[in-house]
Every structure is written in C-alpha cells, then in structure tokens.
Design a protein around this ligand. Sequence first.
Ligand code: CP3
Length: 361
Amino acid sequence: MNTTHPDAPTPPMSARERFLAACRREAVDRPPIWIMRQAGRYMSTYRALRERAHFLEICHRPELSLEATMMAVDQLGVDAAILFSDILVPLAPMGLSVDFDEGGPRVGVARDEATISNLRTDVVGELGFVAEAVALIRKTLDARADPLPLLGFSGSPFTLATYAIEGGTTRNKHALRRMVWDRPDLLHALLDKMADVVAPYCAMQIEAGAHAIQLFDTWGGLLTEDEWRRFSLPYTQRVMRTLRQHYPNVPLIHYALDSSHLLGALADLHCDALSVDHKEPLSLVREKTGRAFALQGNVEPGVMTASTSAIARAVTACIEDYGRVPGHIINLGHGITPDATVDAARTFVTVAREQGAALWA
Ligand code: CP3
C-alpha cells in the first residue's frame, strides 16, 4: 500500500514525522504549525527575560537561548521549535560589529573593496555557542514525550549582504541599489564571502541536532527577477547544493518576503519548501512554482492584532485555500509582531490544529 498517497488515511503521527512528512510533501494526519518569530517581545515572559539580559546576550548564552526557544514551545503548543538567535549573529566574527538598540540592528558597514576583502569567512569556530544552543535545545526536546522537530536557520547570502551594505534596516536601501548599479563586482565579492560563511554555519547547526534549516532571504524581494537571479539565487543555490550533498535528508526551507514577482525564479531553488508572505494565496503560489515544493505560510501577521474571530477566519481561509494536498506547513507570512498577544498566537495554533485535522480526517 502506498501510504504517501494524498488520500491515504493517516494515523496520528509523531511531531517529528509530521513536520518532516510535510516538508517532503507526504500525507499527514494534519499539517504542522509554527509561527515565525514565535519567541519575542509580544510575550511577557520574553520581556522579563530581556530585563535580565540584552538581546545579543540571549543569543550568545546557550542556556538563555534555550529558555527563549522553550517559552514559545510551552506557551503556544506549536509543532516545531526554532533556535533562538538572529540572522546577524555570524557577521560579528566576520569582522562587522553587530548591535541592537531601540532603532533595530546596527551593523558595521562593508561597501568598499578593502573592507569586503578583509572580511573573514573561516568563522564557524567562533560560533560554537550557536552549536551549543542547538545541542542543548535538542537534548531538552528529546527528553519530552512526542519531541518536536528543531529548526536551525541563517540569513541568505543576499539578505546578510544587504545588512552589511546598509548598516542596518533602512527604508529605501539606496546604498544597496547603488552597488547593484555601479559596483556589481563588489556586491558579488561580498555575496561570495557570505555564501562561504552560511553553508558551514548551517552545517554546524545540522551536526549539532537541527532537523531542518530555514534560510531567510527577507530582502530578496527588493530585487527584480533578473537581479534576484544574478545576486541572490546563485549564492543561496550554492549553500543549498552543499547542504543537500552532505545532508540529503535534512529539509531546506527558503523564506522570501515581498516575492510575488519572483515566484518563477524561486522555482529554480534546490530546496524542499518555500515560505512566502500573504500577498498571494498558496494555491496560486503552488501553481506558479510548478507544484514542486512544500509551502509554508501564509497568514497575514497583522491579523494577530485583530479579534479572535478574525484570526480564526484567516487561518481557516489559508488552510482551505491550500486544500487537502500534501506539503502545507501552517505559519504566518512574516514574523509575529510585538503588538500581537500570546492569546492571539494560541488562537492561531488551536484553530489551525482543529481545521487542519478536520481537513485531513
Ligand atoms: O523565530 C524565532 O522565534 C527565532 C528567533 C529569530 C529572531 N530573529 C529573534 C529576534 C529569528 C529566526 C530571526 C530572524 C531575523 N532577524 C530575520 C529574518 C526574519 C524576518 O523577520 O524577516 C531578520 C531580517 C532579522 C534581523 C533583525 N533582528 C531585525 C530587523 C530586528 C529588529 C526588528 C525587531 O523585531 O526588533 C531583530 C531583532 C530581533 N530578532 C528580536 C528578536 C526576538 C527582538 C530583539 C529584542 O528583544 O529587542
């Protein structure tokens, strides 16, 4: 009997089987659920942790990273845990200062030839605290009944390069745009450095116990399709190819914000799942990407600040639109924001569980 047939009746699965099956587009008992940025300032327990430690200290101390990861797991009832860290963490050992203040991240600027060529890439040895956090979270999850899968992550080479060029989160990203136009050679040199860091950084997380890896190309949507094919795709592809070669069974998830115009190009990625924002229904994303990927998403994050009934309607619409087709990982289209509430996140998870199970019953 072919148990992977979409209509095959599915017995209750373990949380890890459920998540991995969804990534592989195999039948599930119900689609798995997690929330991007599921541990964060919308939680009073996270704000209390931040009273004790600066954000970067949480990222650097494995026992605090564990605490942040597990508060989301314990309070929300999600089906996956994600390492608590930040995409900017690997930039510091490369030689770029990284800090976070009220205005968001501040990163040392790398725009000129000398700075870029001096960036170090042999840095995973200095990121051992991330491997320790992954191992500690993994050990903690493993000790529980029905242990959750653990996601590791990294920024994509292009998104990390954007932060290094802009020096933080900027509105129009003109420094990056200038480089695209005037110094594509320098941009390529920087992207090359980032790809050299991202591949071993993800490998380190897998070796430490991560079950899947998500690559965040948050700023890839700034590019036209042609530019994305030149400046983002080849570098992410290099990372994915390396990881697939060494870890063929570890699912790779690609996240892209504002990427409706890139769907044709995203279809060329060597990954298992595409995580997309809320601007297009997943049924359409699936057609535009050749039915070749699991899809993660894509409820609008703003609904998490609206009423319980609005959250229920949004989640139900997302699940019904995707339909009883293998390969849905229920999530938001972008990270949950500080003005959301834990009750809203719980409603999201509860409704997604009920509706997902009803669809697959
Ligand atoms: O999902 C999780 O729960 C894991 C933790 C996680 C964080 N950042 C924690 C965080 C993950 C996966 C990220 C990824 C990340 N970081 C991305 C890609 C995802 C996305 O949202 O597009 C990006 C672009 C960053 C860079 C970053 N980190 C920015 C722009 C900011 C400031 C904006 C903000 O929300 O404050 C951060 C800070 C950050 N990263 C916080 C958290 C919990 C808040 C820091 C604090 O406690 O003060």
